[in-house]
Design a protein around this ligand. Structure first.
Ligand code: GDP
Ligand code: ZN
Length: 353
């Protein structure tokens, strides 16, 4: 080996050793680096809105934090394949694989922007998928009050739809409230008669007008501090009522025939608003057809409280074809409102099982 070659080899060896040392020290530093701390995104405001995790869920969240830190949040909006989570006053758009609903309390990874876990739901307002009755569509989760907004005119009162909502609300575990809007259009006192059966069974009914402000103080009081859903036919005035409760919202209205409403039907997106009285209101897109989720023909009678005090010859009487039916006798005697019984029979016939 020439002198030149020897010099070159020595140089190469020295360089290789240097590189090896560098790589070793880098690897060591990586091993001894302290684990990343779990991200704590809670604030006092958030704590107040979001109850602490249950013991089992806390364990799950700690376990997940090893792989990717998780934070707790509240789902404020859902869309195709994404949802917006509010956490510590910030809105984070996440992907999700499970069915996440507006109102859900979730554990999510702020880093991966992914929902990791949906917390157990207190209440679930559902309906069937309009295209496939075997698929459940969750309208909202963890809701305290579902406000079925109806209007006296344009569109006219549609008691059959009210009954469907009340059954779904009864199933959800949330409290019902019927808000009859547009009472400024009332021409005669009899126009409010269809609401009496609901009042008689103790369902709160408020008569309001977003246009004149009538009944809005009572509506505001009923919703204060609660998580609420506004649900009902499009055009009944849901957005107008929200604007009247908080003029700063400036939600677009007059959607009866607008292209905007059509778009909302196809996207089935809901919007969430915080009102000055501490209420959080989820405004749902107008629903014309309301398929009942997981209600059987046999269950149905339990959602008509006015039937309970009338006894029939058969303990499992369906109140349709049986003899000596106390419910049918009560309808004939005027003790049970005929429209309520008719809606029961109609809805029962529409259920598959
Ligand atoms: P939504 O589809 O349920 O959100 O209904 P909107 O709030 O968009 O209202 C539909 C239409 O009804 C609009 O033209 C409103 O101006 C009108 N409207 C809403 N509330 C009232 C009310 O209390 N009285 C009257 N006369 N019209 C109303
Ligand atoms: Zn009967």
């Amino acid at each position: 080996m020439s002198k030149e070659e020897k010099k070159m080899r020595k140089h190469i060896e020295a360089h290789a050793n240097r590189e090896l040392r560098k790589a070793l020290s880098k690897a060591r530093a990586k091993v001894s680096k302290p684990p990343r701390e779990r991200m704590d995104v809670r604030s006092a405001e958030f704590e107040a809105d979001n109850p602490p995790l249950s013991k089992t869920n806390r364990t799950a969240s700690v376990r997940q934090s090893v792989a990717s830190p998780t934070a707790q949040g509240f789902v404020a909006e859902t869309g195709p394949g994404f949802c917006d989570v509010i956490s510590s006053g910030q809105r984070v758009r996440c992907r999700f694989t499970d069915e996440v609903a507006i109102g859900d309390q979730v554990l999510f990874s702020p880093e991966r922007r992914r929902i990791e876990e949906i917390q157990p739901r207190r209440t679930v307002l559902s309906r069937t998928d309009p295209h496939n009755p075997r698929i459940q569509r969750v309208i909202a989760a963890n809701v305290d009050i579902v406000v079925n907004v109806v209007s006296l005119k344009t569109p006219p009162l549609h008691p059959g739809l009210i009954d469907r909502y009340l059954i779904a609300i009864g199933k959800s575990g949330a409290a019902p409230l019927i808000c009859v809007n547009k009472v400024d259009l009332q021409a005669s006192p009899e126009e409010l008669d269809p609401m009496r059966p609901y009042q008689d069974v103790g369902i709160p009914v408020l008569f309001c007008s977003a246009a004149t402000g009538a009944g809005l103080a009572e509506l505001s009081e009923a919703l204060a501090g609660k998580l609420c859903v506004f649900a009902g036919h499009s055009g009944v005035g849901k957005s107008s009522l929200l604007n009247a409760l908080d003029p700063q919202l400036e939600i677009a209205t007059g959607s009866v025939s607008s292209a905007n409403e059509k778009g909302r039907h196809t996207t089935t997106s809901s919007a969430l608003y915080r009102l000055p009285n501490g209420a959080t209101v989820i405004d749902t897109p107008g629903i014309r057809e309301f398929g009942l989720w997981d209600v059987t023909k046999d269950d149905l009678r339990n959602y008509y409280q006015e039937f309970a005090s009338h006894s029939c010859a058969f303990s499992d009487c369906t109140h349709t074809h049986e003899p000596d039916c106390g419910v049918k006798a009560a309808v004939a005697a005027g003790a049970i409102p005929k429209p309520r019984y008719e809606s029961y029979a109609r809805i029962r016939a529409s259920l598959e099982t």
